[in-house]
Design a protein around this ligand. Structure first.
Ligand SMILES: Nc1ncnc2c1ncn2[C@@H]1O[C@H](COP(=O)(O)OP(=O)(O)OP(=O)(O)O)[C@@H](O)[C@H]1O
Ligand SMILES: [Mg+2]
Length: 294
């Protein structure tokens, strides 16, 4: 089902509404940072990537999509008044809930335990897509920090992104969990473009070995190649920065982890994202709807 079809179905199941015809910015690169296993560094990576991008003059929207255990705000040392819950309930618009963080990053914080189960309802997912598309502000990049695992929410936010960074650590369980996530996203949601980022590696050799193991498995069992994005070394400055509730790239910009993050961002900037043929829902995908909705 294409984006328009998926949205139509969601709409029909939720509420009768008219879809406005309006020109939307669909140049925003929407990148999800995800993992099978928890604690591999997604939140740190997403927040620091956002900061590096913004220092380069890019306009960034950072979405904390970990509706179970939100913590972008904790890492950034901010206490937002509103969050994703207020947007989903219709109390606030997305623009009202967005706060500014270090380097001028715009952040939509999550709240822990939305709906008790942490899974968004169909209506909430639809509201979020509508709110994204209705934003007045243009962004160059939207970065999504997902929860770990293979929950419905994780699938939704990955589908809403055009590019997916899968973070793994060198631990074997991290690899098996990443494989499980990729397999489900590929087989059940037709998502086929994955970039692997190895975090907390000893060195580039170890990172390449991790990549080789995972890509061999996806190639062999799924017939799906995955791309190597790069690695971030294990660096004690990361947890020092977390304890200070400051960003690593802000206070330890010369650290080895910061330098490798900057390298990865440079690589991401050079990429020309393909217009993927995934039959899924996308944030900022309204240009497709304009063409298809009668
Ligand atoms: N490159 C690194 N070197 C050293 N420690 C790191 C590195 N990256 C992350 N960490 C540490 O790993 C821990 C987990 O990081 P983080 O919260 O970003 O992971 P996560 O994948 O978002 O976790 P969750 O799945 O619970 O959301 C933190 O204590 C962080 O300081
Ligand atoms: Mg996290």
């Amino acid at each position: 089902m294409d984006q328009a079809g998926a949205l139509r179905e969601m709409k029909e199941n939720v509420m009768p509404q008219t879809i406005e015809r309006k020109i939307y910015n669909s140049n925003t690169r929407v990148i999800a940072v995800t993992s099978g296993k928890g604690g591999v560094g997604k939140t740190n990576i997403t927040a620091n990537f956002a900061y590096i991008f913004s220092k380069m003059g890019k306009r960034i929207l950072l979405l904390d999509a970990d509706t179970g255990l939100a913590n972008i705000d904790v890492i950034l040392g901010i206490t937002p008044k509103y969050n994703l819950r207020h947007v989903l309930s219709g109390e606030k618009t997305l623009s009202e809930a967005v706060v500014e963080g270090p380097g001028g990053i715009k952040i939509l914080p999550a709240s822990s335990g939305i709906q008790g189960t942490a899974d968004l309802s169909k209506g909430q997912k639809f509201t979020l897509l509508e709110e994204m598309d209705g934003l007045d502000e243009d962004f160059d990049f939207m970065l999504i920090d997902t929860a770990a695992g293979i929950s419905d929410n994780v699938m939704y936010f990955n589908m809403a992104a055009r590019e997916i960074i899968v973070v793994v650590s060198p631990e074997p369980t991290s690899l098996t969990d990443a494989y499980a996530l990729i397999k489900i996203l590929y087989q059940s949601y037709k998502t086929r473009c994955f970039m692997l980022l190895v975090n907390m590696a000893r060195d580039s050799n170890e990172a390449m070995m991790v990549y080789a193991r995972l890509s061999n498995a996806t190639n062999h069992f799924l017939g799906l190649p995955i791309e190597y994005l790069g690695y971030i070394p294990h660096d004690q400055n990361v947890s020092k920065a977390v304890r200070k509730q400051k960003l690593l790239t802000e206070i330890f910009s010369d650290s080895k982890a910061s330098k490798s993050m900057s390298k990865i961002i440079a690589k991401l900037c050079l990429k020309q994202p393909k217009d993927y043929e995934n039959g899924t829902i996308k944030f900022f995908g309204r240009s497709t709807i304009n063409k298809n909705v009668q």
